[in-house]
Design a binder for this molecule. Sequence first.
Ligand code: KIV
Ligand code: ZN
Length: 509
Amino acid sequence: MSEQVFIFDTTLRDGEQSPGNTMNTQEKLRVARQLELLGVDIIEAGFPIASEGDFEAVRQIAMSVKNCQIAGLARANNEDIDRAWEAIKVAKMPRIHTFISTSDIHLKHQFKKTRDEVLKIAVASVKRAKKYTGNVEFSAMDATRSDWNYLCKMVAETINAGATTVNIPDTVGYAVPHEFGDLIRYIKENVPNIDKAVISVHCHNDLGLAVANSIAAIHNGARQVECTVNGIGERAGNASLEEIAMILRTRKANFTADTRIVSEKIYPTSRLITAITGVPVQPNKAIVGANAFAHESGIHQDGLLKSKLTYEIMTPESVGIAKSSLVLGKHSGRHAFRDRIENLGYILDDKELNLAFKRFKALSDMKKNVYDEDIEMIIVGEIYKIPETYKLVYLNVSCGNTTIPTATVKLEVEGNIVQDVGTGDGPVDATYKIIKKLAKTTSKLEKFSVNSITQDMDAQGEVFVKVSEKGFKAIGKGADTDIIVASAKAYINALNRLEYMKNKMSEGK
Ligand code: KIV
Ligand code: ZN
């Protein structure tokens, strides 16, 4: 029987802290419940000391998720550890994850401490965490640029102090697979008490090697991998959960270990993250990209028609991509709608379901076929909303080849109705100028892109925008059968996200 590789998902911590991926507490709870369905073993729910908002999100996840361990991150000091414990103590299976750097580069330039001093701090921190729970993880930050013997000493002493998982992060994405595999083997062979702890790895993707390094580590004895859905995370991201899970599943014969991941939940989870954050997945991304199972070449298509085995190493169904995404229409009932939502991996309560169904009915009056992508936009756009500082109340645009594009916009801004009219170079420009004026925002519009969600003539248009202000960047998206309305929704969504981020930052994150 194969051994288990524990999946430590850090989408809500390392992923969420990266630009554009900020989520509110409700959104984090939704993601956590989905990660539970996906079968991850440990959810790193956040960094409780970072802000009140982080603390509260971790606490709520700890209260509501029962089938995963819930980890809270803490630097190696008493205050962080105590705060992390406060947030996770209600969990059925809590874990404190504490960390400090071990590389001379970090010790000299960031911590200004000697190796011995850092060793003492790490041991004391693990002991402190151990007073609260038997489930303690220690991470040696920047492990891959650390002296191997010092790293082994650190690992041995933190295990002696009570760490049950020892994590070897490639914090700056510097390692290459054969070297990283050697490091894991070296630790296994040179840390005398290594059998008392699980070896974990945490790889960043700066050189595009996060997944390859994680796999090399598993091959050499690591039994926990830290990863994120869609590979989101600091800078170039973290190792992608879906890629690691499908490598171990698809190439089983090469490994003595596998994960508990329910592969059919991979795609719905990926879509949920994209939908909540508004950060799109690159089309050619392995496993979950739009083109991951699209065969364009004639030779490939010919082969596939003869046998799937010719060019398909795994089926789209095995990662939860439905065979046909044509789903519902005007005559579809509530029951069919609920079934489809559940198949897509969303969990809605009765109130949310009623609201979504109402919106679906309105949409199916406007377009003949309602596809999965349309339903996702309803859920994310209408149900999973971030707090709305700005709401679109009314929009009227006149344009054409003989008319100066003119927009009339009515917004609700923090409960007050404001309205104005103005012109622009085109209908979107006119609309955006008025929204900007009414919202009194000094933000800059950095990106604007339009796609059609599905293929037909009555398809909804999906608009992505990116705005920035004083170092903050936010992405917004909106969908509607009317492209100008979709554009207005996307802009307003981005402005709301920007406000949300600014408020979160002023809470102290
Ligand atoms: O990249 C890193 O080293 C981290 C640690 C906190 C594990 O995120
Ligand atoms: Zn990291």
